[in-house]
Design a protein around this ligand. Structure first.
Ligand SMILES: [Zn+2]
Length: 465
């Protein structure tokens, strides 16, 4: 119908421009369904410490049953009564192994007083959707559901089963983490050849789409506690040895510690793509970074904190405590140092680097939690990259697809460790200077939201057909 209209001249020309843009979204009816799902999901308070995921999981299950999915293919269960996950299997021909589509139901806490409006009410204003989880990760979670219902309506029979898992407690990776629980207790529900997850999005600047990212690896999150203990005493008779002074000297040394820059296949590909987006000396520097040029690396690292964090392991102090009374010499002083470790490096080597930097055996340096588990990078599957490039080119011609390593962590780590390669692809474009995930007044663009629906609709068809 669209094509016929475009064959006619004059007035139709305008329509065609409108129609061309509209091809990047699903039909209105599907958009409406998506919006209703999104509203419902955002309005469940699933904050990972004060909320619960079970009601949201049950709401998803209900929509699936109402859409005709057999009850036997839907599982609602989890590590605790209030921390349930929901998993559904959409049956294909079974020629190929299943594709897992993942999204987390939980969100980071949101204090009403920090927000302009209630974070647990979906609000559309000025071209944005506002609410906790609008970006992380309820957009993708809602899209998986809306698209799955649509595939079923169409009677699409993919070569792979599609498994969608909406899970608990990705944020904080606590004891109720849904992906860990599923891997341990019901691996058969989610076992797949590979997985598409959050973690890679589209980068935009002032409305211009710069790149569509595929997250292939991630840094390891590890926190150390540096602690000094002293006998203490009365503050009216101070002695030279003081836990806080000693800790302060150690902190100063941590602040000076810089880990060596290291590139891997993913980050090299990333900087090559970055070079194409810039001109002049910055472009040259970005190219030279991929060749290991030390001066270029220093300039690029200084140019952007994110680029610096892509180039090397980083450690930073985040919390501080010490002393027990106003009028007593401190007996304990401690600081947390949060490190984001390159996939090629180990947490133990970072601990050793901290030890060498601090160079004081009175300062104990231990893991704040247990020793972290480190996941491998996913192999660069050509089918995933090719499908992403194809769909990206069909929707946003000229926008490059860029493999990335993320500084944060996702549930993809558990899946990679379990042998299920995981790719973060969302097709959701965000302004790189306005990232509000985990912050107040979290928002994403309305247009970008519906485009992501279309993108993921097409991507899953490519990957599972
Ligand atoms: Zn997330």
């Amino acid at each position: 119908m669209v094509r016929q209209a475009c064959e006619k001249p004059a007035l139709i020309l305008l329509l065609c421009v409108g129609v061309a843009a509209a091809q990047n979204v699903r039909p209105l009816e599907e958009q409406k369904l998506l919006r209703a799902i999104y509203k419902e999901m955002v309005e469940h308070n699933t904050s990972y410490t004060t909320g619960q995921t079970t009601a949201a999981a049950e709401a998803v299950a209900k929509r699936l049953r109402d859409a005709g999915f057999p009850a036997a293919d839907i599982h609602v269960d989890g590590a605790a009564p209030h921390k349930k996950n929901v998993v559904v299997r959409y049956r294909g021909t079974g020629v190929k192994k299943p594709l897992l589509l993942l999204a987390h139901l939980d969100v980071v806490e949101a204090k009403r007083s920090d927000w302009e409006h209630d974070p647990f009410v979906l609000r559309e204003e000025g071209g944005y959707f506002y609410g906790r989880g609008t970006g992380d990760d309820k957009a993708q979670g809602s899209i998986w559901l809306a698209n799955l219902i649509q595939y079923r309506k169409e009677g699409w029979k993919p070569e792979r089963d599609l498994i969608v898992a909406w899970t608990a407690d990705e944020e904080g990776w606590g004891k109720y983490n849904g992906v860990s629980w599923l891997l341990k207790n019901h691996r058969d529900w989610i076992d797949a050849e590979f997985c598409v997850n959050e973690g890679g999005w589209g980068e935009m600047s002032q409305g211009r789409k710069l790149m569509n990212q595929v997250q292939v690896s991630e840094k390891t999150f590890v926190t150390f506690r540096l602690e000094v203990r002293n006998p203490g005493g009365h503050s009216s008779v101070p002695v030279k040895e003081n836990a806080i002074y000693r800790l302060a000297r150690a902190i100063e040394k941590v602040s000076q510690l810089e880990f060596p820059a290291k590139l891997n296949d993913v980050t090299r590909g990333y900087f090559e793509s970055m070079a194409n987006l810039y001109d002049g000396s910055l472009r040259q520097d970005l190219m030279n970074v991929t060749r290991g040029d030390a001066a270029a690396i220093a300039r690029v690292a200084a140019h952007s904190a994110a680029w610096n964090a892509t180039l090397r392991t980083t450690c930073v102090t985040t919390m501080l405590d010490g002393g027990h009374a106003e009028n007593a010499l401190p007996q304990t002083a401690g600081v947390l140092v949060n490190c984001r470790v390159l996939p090629e490096e180990s947490a133990a080597s970072v601990q050793e680097a901290l030890r060498r930097a601090v160079a004081d055996d009175q300062v104990r340096i231990g893991y704040y939690r247990e020793e972290p588990t480190q996941g491998p990078a996913s192999p660069m599957r050509e089918d995933v990259m090719a499908a992403t490039r194809k769909v990206t080119a069909s929707m946003w011609p000229g926008v490059p697809v860029v493999p990335i390593m993320v500084m944060g962590g996702t549930d993809g780590m558990f899946l990679r460790l379990a042998g299920i390669p995981t790719y973060g692809v969302m097709g959701l474009f965000l302004d790189r200077d306005d990232l509000r995930f985990h912050g107040s007044n979290e928002r994403i663009g309305v247009k970008e939201f519906y485009e992501a629906q279309e993108f993921l609709y097409r991507l899953v068809k490519q990957l599972a057909q």
